[in-house]
Design a protein around this ligand. Sequence first.
Ligand code: PEP
Length: 248
Amino acid sequence: MKYRVFAANWKMNIGPLEAREYLRSFFSAGQLPRGCGVWFFPPAVSVEAVARGVAGHDNIAVGVQDIYWEPKGAFTGAISGAIASQAGARMTLVGHSERRHVFGETDEQTGKKVAAALAADLSPLLCVGETLAQREAGETIAVISRQLEAALAGRAAGQSRVTVAYEPVWAIGTGRNATPQDAADVHKEIRAWLAKHAPGIVRILYGGSVNLKNVAQLLAEPELDGVLVGGASLDPHGWAELVRTGAA
Ligand code: PEP
């Protein structure tokens, strides 16, 4: 049975008090299936509550949604990898499309964040993906290769700790997911790029409007090592059911 990852990006939802309640409901839904990992990415202030709530569950990990690349200093509002780690984070998202497109994060900045994450002993989940206009212009692979290059070039050390998530921007939060075939085609291209330039990275997740109805079909595609899920991870029972369905 193939090991699969189910990553939950809560975005700007679920504070620390709600997180405790969420985990109570999530665990009340029963044991997690074997052969899968569940990764939670709560808002930074909820990381400690989630880390405490999942302690002792070896197949569950907690991460932050973003870090700043400097280790410390006068950067009001930012958090470093080391601070996230103190709160219990073991991972961080890097280059999520909302960081890139809402907050204007550049490819160069995602590269600095990957380096900072590795330096702080956090495992980066690097998000890449094209906009609808780029897809329609036939630029999908060029855009993704550029994003991978900027984030990973010259970062051979620690490479094996990086996971890549293919998240087409047009599929995030829109209810319009890539078909399993579309996702698999791009995953193959990403895998080929990684084999050539960053062979330590082996895991590629798909993200973009994954839900209970489409998760099994998407994960039936062997190219997908797991899913990164926003909206459908916010309800604890629904998330537990999605994990169970996808891991079956
Ligand atoms: C995401 O936030 O990474 C995401 C894929 O969101 P959604 O599942 O809501 O499309």
